[in-house]
Design a protein around this ligand. Structure first.
Ligand code: GDP
Length: 332
Protein backbone atom coordinates (compact mmCIF):
# COMPACT_ATOMS: atom_id res chain seq x y z
CA UNK A 1 0.00 0.00 0.00
CA UNK A 2 2.83 2.38 0.94
CA UNK A 3 4.62 1.75 -2.35
CA UNK A 4 1.43 2.32 -4.26
CA UNK A 5 0.96 5.72 -2.63
CA UNK A 6 4.58 6.70 -3.38
CA UNK A 7 4.04 6.01 -7.07
CA UNK A 8 0.77 7.85 -7.06
CA UNK A 9 0.30 11.16 -8.86
CA UNK A 10 -0.04 14.30 -6.77
CA UNK A 11 -3.41 16.06 -6.49
CA UNK A 12 -2.42 18.52 -9.23
CA UNK A 13 -1.21 15.73 -11.50
CA UNK A 14 -4.43 13.79 -10.93
CA UNK A 15 -6.54 16.83 -11.81
CA UNK A 16 -4.53 17.73 -14.91
CA UNK A 17 -4.28 14.20 -16.31
CA UNK A 18 -7.92 13.32 -15.69
CA UNK A 19 -9.04 16.59 -17.28
CA UNK A 20 -6.99 15.59 -20.32
CA UNK A 21 -8.70 12.21 -20.44
CA UNK A 22 -5.72 10.13 -19.32
CA UNK A 23 -7.30 6.70 -18.77
CA UNK A 24 -4.39 5.22 -16.83
CA UNK A 25 -4.61 8.04 -14.30
CA UNK A 26 -8.41 7.78 -14.29
CA UNK A 27 -8.06 4.10 -13.35
CA UNK A 28 -5.60 5.08 -10.59
CA UNK A 29 -8.07 7.67 -9.31
CA UNK A 30 -10.83 5.07 -9.14
CA UNK A 31 -8.48 2.83 -7.16
CA UNK A 32 -7.86 5.80 -4.86
CA UNK A 33 -11.56 6.35 -4.21
CA UNK A 34 -11.91 2.65 -3.39
CA UNK A 35 -9.30 2.89 -0.64
CA UNK A 36 -10.46 2.86 2.95
CA UNK A 37 -7.36 4.58 4.36
CA UNK A 38 -8.21 7.94 5.90
CA UNK A 39 -5.41 9.76 4.03
CA UNK A 40 -6.59 8.28 0.72
CA UNK A 41 -10.18 9.29 1.43
CA UNK A 42 -9.06 12.82 2.12
CA UNK A 43 -7.13 12.99 -1.16
CA UNK A 44 -10.01 11.38 -3.08
CA UNK A 45 -12.48 13.93 -1.74
CA UNK A 46 -10.20 16.84 -2.60
CA UNK A 47 -9.72 15.43 -6.07
CA UNK A 48 -13.42 15.02 -6.75
CA UNK A 49 -14.19 18.48 -5.41
CA UNK A 50 -11.58 20.00 -7.69
CA UNK A 51 -13.05 18.14 -10.66
CA UNK A 52 -16.67 18.87 -9.76
CA UNK A 53 -17.09 21.82 -12.17
CA UNK A 54 -16.19 19.49 -15.05
CA UNK A 55 -18.79 16.87 -14.11
CA UNK A 56 -22.47 16.34 -14.85
CA UNK A 57 -22.35 16.58 -18.63
CA UNK A 58 -22.89 12.92 -19.43
CA UNK A 59 -25.93 10.74 -19.85
CA UNK A 60 -25.93 8.28 -16.96
CA UNK A 61 -27.49 4.91 -17.73
CA UNK A 62 -28.15 1.81 -15.68
CA UNK A 63 -28.39 -1.51 -17.48
CA UNK A 64 -29.69 -4.37 -15.41
CA UNK A 65 -31.06 -7.88 -15.81
CA UNK A 66 -30.59 -11.34 -14.35
CA UNK A 67 -27.45 -13.37 -15.10
CA UNK A 68 -27.73 -14.89 -18.56
CA UNK A 69 -30.16 -12.29 -19.94
CA UNK A 70 -27.36 -11.06 -22.19
CA UNK A 71 -26.09 -7.95 -20.41
CA UNK A 72 -22.45 -8.15 -21.34
CA UNK A 73 -23.20 -9.12 -24.95
CA UNK A 74 -25.73 -6.28 -25.19
CA UNK A 75 -23.37 -3.72 -23.63
CA UNK A 76 -20.60 -4.83 -25.98
CA UNK A 77 -22.80 -4.38 -29.06
CA UNK A 78 -24.49 -1.24 -27.75
CA UNK A 79 -21.14 0.20 -26.68
CA UNK A 80 -19.58 -0.48 -30.10
CA UNK A 81 -22.55 1.27 -31.71
CA UNK A 82 -22.04 4.31 -29.47
CA UNK A 83 -18.31 4.48 -30.15
CA UNK A 84 -19.10 4.22 -33.88
CA UNK A 85 -20.96 7.51 -33.34
CA UNK A 86 -17.66 8.82 -31.85
CA UNK A 87 -19.13 8.87 -28.33
CA UNK A 88 -16.78 8.31 -25.41
CA UNK A 89 -18.32 5.75 -23.07
CA UNK A 90 -17.44 4.46 -19.61
CA UNK A 91 -18.83 1.23 -18.20
CA UNK A 92 -18.82 0.67 -14.45
CA UNK A 93 -20.03 -2.67 -13.18
CA UNK A 94 -21.61 -3.26 -9.79
CA UNK A 95 -21.81 -6.85 -8.67
CA UNK A 96 -23.73 -7.27 -5.41
CA UNK A 97 -22.90 -10.97 -5.26
CA UNK A 98 -19.23 -10.26 -4.79
CA UNK A 99 -19.90 -8.28 -1.61
CA UNK A 100 -21.36 -11.38 -0.02
CA UNK A 101 -19.48 -14.31 -1.45
CA UNK A 102 -16.09 -14.76 -2.99
CA UNK A 103 -17.66 -15.55 -6.35
CA UNK A 104 -18.76 -12.86 -8.72
CA UNK A 105 -21.66 -13.08 -11.14
CA UNK A 106 -20.25 -10.42 -13.41
CA UNK A 107 -16.53 -10.85 -13.10
CA UNK A 108 -15.72 -14.50 -13.69
CA UNK A 109 -15.76 -14.64 -17.44
CA UNK A 110 -14.05 -12.65 -20.11
CA UNK A 111 -16.50 -9.93 -20.81
CA UNK A 112 -16.78 -7.23 -23.45
CA UNK A 113 -13.44 -8.10 -24.97
CA UNK A 114 -13.83 -6.10 -28.15
CA UNK A 115 -15.17 -3.04 -26.37
CA UNK A 116 -12.30 -3.31 -23.90
CA UNK A 117 -9.88 -2.65 -26.77
CA UNK A 118 -11.86 0.32 -28.11
CA UNK A 119 -9.98 3.57 -27.48
CA UNK A 120 -13.28 5.39 -26.91
CA UNK A 121 -14.44 2.96 -24.21
CA UNK A 122 -13.37 2.58 -20.59
CA UNK A 123 -14.48 -0.46 -18.58
CA UNK A 124 -14.08 -0.75 -14.86
CA UNK A 125 -15.54 -3.28 -12.40
CA UNK A 126 -16.31 -2.17 -8.87
CA UNK A 127 -14.03 -3.71 -6.29
CA UNK A 128 -15.79 -6.25 -4.13
CA UNK A 129 -15.90 -6.80 -0.42
CA UNK A 130 -17.87 -3.90 0.95
CA UNK A 131 -21.40 -3.03 1.91
CA UNK A 132 -23.83 -2.09 -0.83
CA UNK A 133 -23.86 1.46 0.57
CA UNK A 134 -20.10 1.64 0.20
CA UNK A 135 -20.20 0.29 -3.34
CA UNK A 136 -22.91 2.80 -4.24
CA UNK A 137 -20.89 5.68 -2.85
CA UNK A 138 -17.80 4.73 -4.79
CA UNK A 139 -19.79 4.23 -7.96
CA UNK A 140 -21.18 7.76 -7.65
CA UNK A 141 -17.67 9.08 -7.24
CA UNK A 142 -16.43 6.99 -10.16
CA UNK A 143 -19.20 8.47 -12.34
CA UNK A 144 -17.96 11.97 -11.51
CA UNK A 145 -14.35 11.03 -12.28
CA UNK A 146 -15.35 9.53 -15.64
CA UNK A 147 -17.32 12.65 -16.51
CA UNK A 148 -14.38 14.86 -15.63
CA UNK A 149 -12.27 12.68 -17.96
CA UNK A 150 -14.65 13.55 -20.80
CA UNK A 151 -16.82 10.45 -21.02
CA UNK A 152 -20.20 11.35 -22.50
CA UNK A 153 -22.17 8.25 -21.66
CA UNK A 154 -21.70 6.38 -18.40
CA UNK A 155 -23.18 2.91 -18.19
CA UNK A 156 -23.65 1.29 -14.79
CA UNK A 157 -24.10 -2.43 -15.20
CA UNK A 158 -25.68 -4.38 -12.37
CA UNK A 159 -27.24 -7.79 -11.82
CA UNK A 160 -31.01 -7.56 -11.55
CA UNK A 161 -31.47 -9.56 -8.43
CA UNK A 162 -32.97 -6.91 -6.24
CA UNK A 163 -30.55 -5.43 -3.73
CA UNK A 164 -28.67 -3.03 -5.88
CA UNK A 165 -31.42 -1.73 -8.16
CA UNK A 166 -32.76 0.99 -5.91
CA UNK A 167 -29.26 2.16 -5.13
CA UNK A 168 -28.45 2.31 -8.83
CA UNK A 169 -31.76 3.95 -9.72
CA UNK A 170 -30.70 6.80 -7.45
CA UNK A 171 -27.57 7.56 -9.42
CA UNK A 172 -28.61 7.44 -13.06
CA UNK A 173 -30.79 9.37 -15.48
CA UNK A 174 -32.18 6.37 -17.35
CA UNK A 175 -32.81 2.87 -16.03
CA UNK A 176 -32.81 0.14 -18.68
CA UNK A 177 -34.08 -3.32 -17.80
CA UNK A 178 -33.11 -6.29 -19.97
CA UNK A 179 -35.59 -9.17 -20.00
CA UNK A 180 -35.78 -12.59 -21.62
CA UNK A 181 -38.87 -13.61 -23.55
CA UNK A 182 -40.87 -16.44 -22.11
CA UNK A 183 -38.71 -17.11 -19.08
CA UNK A 184 -41.47 -16.16 -16.65
CA UNK A 185 -41.22 -13.36 -14.17
CA UNK A 186 -40.40 -15.62 -11.22
CA UNK A 187 -37.65 -17.28 -13.18
CA UNK A 188 -36.12 -13.95 -13.98
CA UNK A 189 -36.28 -12.89 -10.37
CA UNK A 190 -37.75 -9.63 -11.53
CA UNK A 191 -39.97 -7.94 -9.04
CA UNK A 192 -42.73 -5.54 -9.99
CA UNK A 193 -40.76 -2.84 -8.21
CA UNK A 194 -37.88 -3.21 -10.65
CA UNK A 195 -40.23 -3.03 -13.64
CA UNK A 196 -41.66 0.17 -12.17
CA UNK A 197 -38.20 1.68 -11.96
CA UNK A 198 -37.49 1.05 -15.64
CA UNK A 199 -37.57 3.90 -18.14
CA UNK A 200 -37.10 1.34 -20.88
CA UNK A 201 -37.27 -2.44 -21.21
CA UNK A 202 -35.37 -4.39 -23.85
CA UNK A 203 -36.32 -7.99 -24.62
CA UNK A 204 -33.01 -9.65 -25.48
CA UNK A 205 -32.08 -12.47 -27.87
CA UNK A 206 -34.89 -11.67 -30.33
CA UNK A 207 -33.36 -13.79 -33.08
CA UNK A 208 -33.91 -17.15 -34.74
CA UNK A 209 -36.74 -19.15 -33.27
CA UNK A 210 -37.05 -16.67 -30.45
CA UNK A 211 -38.36 -13.77 -32.56
CA UNK A 212 -42.02 -14.63 -32.20
CA UNK A 213 -41.81 -15.11 -28.46
CA UNK A 214 -39.84 -11.87 -28.12
CA UNK A 215 -42.48 -9.90 -30.02
CA UNK A 216 -45.20 -11.39 -27.85
CA UNK A 217 -43.24 -10.54 -24.69
CA UNK A 218 -42.76 -7.04 -26.04
CA UNK A 219 -46.46 -6.36 -26.27
CA UNK A 220 -47.14 -8.12 -22.93
CA UNK A 221 -44.61 -5.94 -21.15
CA UNK A 222 -45.79 -2.80 -22.90
CA UNK A 223 -49.27 -3.56 -21.64
CA UNK A 224 -47.99 -4.29 -18.11
CA UNK A 225 -46.08 -0.99 -18.03
CA UNK A 226 -49.20 0.94 -18.96
CA UNK A 227 -50.86 -0.37 -15.83
CA UNK A 228 -48.34 1.37 -13.60
CA UNK A 229 -49.13 4.81 -12.33
CA UNK A 230 -47.55 7.77 -14.06
CA UNK A 231 -43.99 8.45 -12.94
CA UNK A 232 -42.67 11.81 -11.71
CA UNK A 233 -40.91 12.32 -15.01
CA UNK A 234 -44.19 11.97 -16.97
CA UNK A 235 -42.20 9.71 -19.28
CA UNK A 236 -44.02 6.65 -20.58
CA UNK A 237 -41.66 3.68 -20.49
CA UNK A 238 -41.24 1.80 -23.73
CA UNK A 239 -40.39 -1.81 -24.56
CA UNK A 240 -38.16 -2.86 -27.45
CA UNK A 241 -36.77 -6.12 -28.74
CA UNK A 242 -33.13 -6.58 -29.61
CA UNK A 243 -30.61 -9.09 -30.78
CA UNK A 244 -27.02 -8.41 -29.84
CA UNK A 245 -25.88 -11.18 -32.15
CA UNK A 246 -27.71 -9.74 -35.18
CA UNK A 247 -27.16 -6.17 -33.98
CA UNK A 248 -30.83 -5.31 -34.10
CA UNK A 249 -32.66 -3.03 -31.69
CA UNK A 250 -29.37 -1.41 -30.73
CA UNK A 251 -29.77 1.91 -32.54
CA UNK A 252 -33.42 1.94 -31.44
CA UNK A 253 -32.37 1.59 -27.81
CA UNK A 254 -30.06 4.59 -28.08
CA UNK A 255 -32.75 6.57 -29.94
CA UNK A 256 -35.14 5.82 -27.08
CA UNK A 257 -32.63 7.04 -24.50
CA UNK A 258 -32.00 10.22 -26.48
CA UNK A 259 -35.73 10.78 -26.72
CA UNK A 260 -36.00 10.39 -22.94
CA UNK A 261 -33.16 12.83 -22.32
CA UNK A 262 -34.77 15.39 -24.62
CA UNK A 263 -38.17 14.89 -23.03
CA UNK A 264 -36.96 15.19 -19.44
CA UNK A 265 -34.66 18.13 -20.18
CA UNK A 266 -37.58 19.89 -21.77
CA UNK A 267 -39.89 19.33 -18.79
CA UNK A 268 -37.00 20.07 -16.37
CA UNK A 269 -37.22 16.64 -14.72
CA UNK A 270 -33.66 15.78 -15.80
CA UNK A 271 -32.10 18.43 -13.57
CA UNK A 272 -34.59 17.95 -10.79
CA UNK A 273 -33.81 14.24 -10.60
CA UNK A 274 -30.07 14.91 -10.47
CA UNK A 275 -30.51 17.39 -7.63
CA UNK A 276 -32.70 14.94 -5.73
CA UNK A 277 -30.07 12.26 -6.24
CA UNK A 278 -27.41 14.50 -4.72
CA UNK A 279 -29.62 15.03 -1.69
CA UNK A 280 -30.14 11.28 -1.38
CA UNK A 281 -26.37 10.81 -1.59
CA UNK A 282 -25.91 13.40 1.18
CA UNK A 283 -28.46 11.76 3.46
CA UNK A 284 -27.17 8.24 2.83
CA UNK A 285 -23.64 9.40 3.57
CA UNK A 286 -24.72 10.79 6.93
CA UNK A 287 -26.25 7.44 7.84
CA UNK A 288 -23.20 5.55 6.69
CA UNK A 289 -20.77 7.79 8.52
CA UNK A 290 -22.78 7.49 11.70
CA UNK A 291 -22.74 3.71 11.46
CA UNK A 292 -19.00 3.75 10.75
CA UNK A 293 -18.35 5.97 13.77
CA UNK A 294 -20.53 3.82 15.95
CA UNK A 295 -18.80 0.62 14.96
CA UNK A 296 -15.38 2.12 15.67
CA UNK A 297 -16.19 2.58 19.35
CA UNK A 298 -15.31 -0.44 21.50
CA UNK A 299 -17.76 0.57 24.19
CA UNK A 300 -20.53 0.67 21.60
CA UNK A 301 -19.46 -2.71 20.28
CA UNK A 302 -19.63 -4.29 23.71
CA UNK A 303 -22.98 -2.70 24.41
CA UNK A 304 -24.33 -3.83 21.06
CA UNK A 305 -23.35 -7.41 21.76
CA UNK A 306 -25.13 -7.26 25.09
CA UNK A 307 -28.25 -5.73 23.61
CA UNK A 308 -28.28 -8.22 20.75
CA UNK A 309 -28.40 -11.04 23.26
CA UNK A 310 -31.27 -9.32 25.03
CA UNK A 311 -33.09 -8.87 21.73
CA UNK A 312 -32.66 -12.58 20.96
CA UNK A 313 -34.06 -13.50 24.36
CA UNK A 314 -36.91 -11.08 23.76
CA UNK A 315 -36.15 -9.03 26.83
CA UNK A 316 -35.76 -5.76 24.96
CA UNK A 317 -37.46 -4.18 21.97
CA UNK A 318 -35.02 -3.68 19.04
CA UNK A 319 -36.05 -0.05 18.54
CA UNK A 320 -35.52 0.74 22.22
CA UNK A 321 -32.13 -0.98 22.15
CA UNK A 322 -31.14 1.19 19.18
CA UNK A 323 -32.12 4.33 21.08
CA UNK A 324 -29.98 3.20 24.00
CA UNK A 325 -26.94 2.81 21.74
CA UNK A 326 -27.40 6.27 20.27
CA UNK A 327 -27.95 7.84 23.71
CA UNK A 328 -24.75 6.23 25.07
CA UNK A 329 -22.81 7.29 22.00
CA UNK A 330 -23.96 10.90 22.17
CA UNK A 331 -23.21 11.19 25.86
CA UNK A 332 -19.75 9.58 25.59
P1 GDP B 1 -25.12 -11.78 -18.81
O1 GDP B 1 -24.87 -12.83 -17.81
O2 GDP B 1 -26.44 -11.11 -18.59
O3 GDP B 1 -24.00 -10.79 -18.94
O4 GDP B 1 -25.29 -12.52 -20.23
P2 GDP B 1 -24.25 -12.76 -21.41
O5 GDP B 1 -24.06 -11.53 -22.22
O6 GDP B 1 -23.02 -13.40 -20.86
O7 GDP B 1 -25.05 -13.79 -22.33
C1 GDP B 1 -25.53 -15.02 -21.84
C2 GDP B 1 -25.65 -15.99 -23.00
O8 GDP B 1 -26.62 -15.52 -23.92
C3 GDP B 1 -24.36 -16.17 -23.79
O9 GDP B 1 -24.23 -17.52 -24.11
C4 GDP B 1 -24.57 -15.34 -25.02
O10 GDP B 1 -23.89 -15.84 -26.16
C5 GDP B 1 -26.08 -15.44 -25.24
N1 GDP B 1 -26.60 -14.25 -25.92
C6 GDP B 1 -26.36 -12.97 -25.56
N2 GDP B 1 -26.97 -12.13 -26.42
C7 GDP B 1 -27.62 -12.88 -27.33
C8 GDP B 1 -28.43 -12.59 -28.48
O11 GDP B 1 -28.68 -11.43 -28.85
N3 GDP B 1 -28.95 -13.65 -29.16
C9 GDP B 1 -28.71 -14.94 -28.78
N4 GDP B 1 -29.25 -15.91 -29.51
N5 GDP B 1 -27.91 -15.25 -27.73
C10 GDP B 1 -27.38 -14.25 -27.00
Amino acid sequence: MKNASLLRPSLQDFVREISQGNRVVLAQAITLIESKLDEDRALAEQLIEKLLPATGHSVRLAITGVPGVGKSTFIETFGKYLTSLSKKIAILTIDPSSTKTKGSILGDKTRMEELGRDPLAFIRPTAAGDTLGGVADRTREAILLCEAAGFEIIIIETVGVGQSETAVRNMVDFFLLLMLAGAGDELQGIKKGIMEMADGVVITKADGENVKRANQACSDFQYALHLFSESDSKWKSEVLTSSSLEKRGIKETWDLIEKYVQFTKHNLYFDRQRKQQDLIWFRESIQQLLIQHLSKSEAVHAKMKLLEEQIMSKSVLPSRAAKEIIRDFLSA
